[in-house]
Design a protein. Structure first.
Length: 274
């Protein structure tokens, strides 16, 4: 089965067409409200107009332009609208609408080459869908389905090499689910793939895991300190306080030799990537 068909099966729903239908049924209007032939504006032009309006702070005009482009299948407009609805940014927060826009991207582009310009938005949509399936959306038909979430993350992590998907897989294997026991070794593998791409949350979790060690994962304190240091240096927001706390705890518990070796690992790691 081709990758697109597999993802369409995973999504389990038809692509919503209500917005596109309304756009084609109504008289074509310019974004200032005046009537204009539909072929006077392309989806790309509408997207650029919407992006410009968004930057200027005209969120109502931005959402109208982006809705038009999204209804014509413009993937980046769909992605931007999904983000806006998921965050309540200029539109009322609506996770179901965000889910549906992400799903449209996946249904149309999951089989695109990872080398295309829009690949990162496709993989981001997969990660977002995985997160929605992981927790579900209250009062909607989108129920919590950890297995489907894993499949979404796994596709994004392997086909697109998405570091956020790899991080999410690492966390799922580390924490375990109702159907899967904890697997620290598999967790470390996914976390390392993500961490070595600079995903600072993965660096923090992997660093903590290596520093502490597990029954099937020998303790590697110095290498753990290396990853924790990388994560601490990338932690810039209040939401990253847990990363700073993990770093401080490890440094306090480490021996002088472990700290010194961790610094040596860090210097070599940065040199190899310079």
């Amino acid at each position: 089965m081709r990758a697109f068909e597999a993802l369409a099966r995973l999504a389990g729903r038809a692509v919503p067409f209500g917005i596109a239908a309304m756009l084609t049924a109504a008289p074509a209007l310019a974004f200032d409200g005046t009537q204009t032939p539909a072929n006077d504006r392309t989806p790309m032009e509408a997207f650029k107009f919407g992006a410009k309006a968004y930057k200027a702070g005209d969120l109502a005009e931005a959402s109208r332009a982006l809705e038009f482009a999204a209804g014509k299948g413009h993937a980046l407009a769909q992605w931007k609208l999904a983000r806006m609805y998921s965050e309540g940014d200029g539109v009322p927060r609506d996770d179901l609408k965000a889910f549906e826009y992400y799903q449209q991207i996946v249904n149309a582009h999951a089989d695109d080459s990872p080398d295309t310009a829009q690949a990162r938005f496709v993989s981001s949509a997969l990660v977002a869908l995985g997160s929605y399936y992981l927790n579900g959306i209250p009062n909607t038909e989108v129920r919590s389905d950890p297995q489907r979430a894993i499949e979404m993350f796994q596709y994004a992590a392997t086909y697109f090499g998405d570091s956020d998907a790899q991080y999410n897989l690492g966390r799922l294997f580390l924490d375990g689910t109702a159907d899967r026991p904890r697997d620290p070794v598999m967790a470390a593998r996914w976390l390392r793939l993500s961490a070595d791409k600079g995903q600072h949350q993965a660096q923090a979790v992997l660093g903590h895991l290596l520093f502490a060690g597990e029954e099937d994962l020998p303790r590697q304190a110095a290498r753990g300190l290396m990853y924790l240091t990388l994560a601490r240096d990338a932690a810039t927001s209040d939401a990253d306080k847990w990363i700073v706390d993990l770093y401080n705890q490890a440094v306090s518990a480490a021996t002088p030799d472990e700290r010194q070796m961790g610094l040596a690992y860090l210097e070599q790691y940065l040199k190899n990537r310079s």
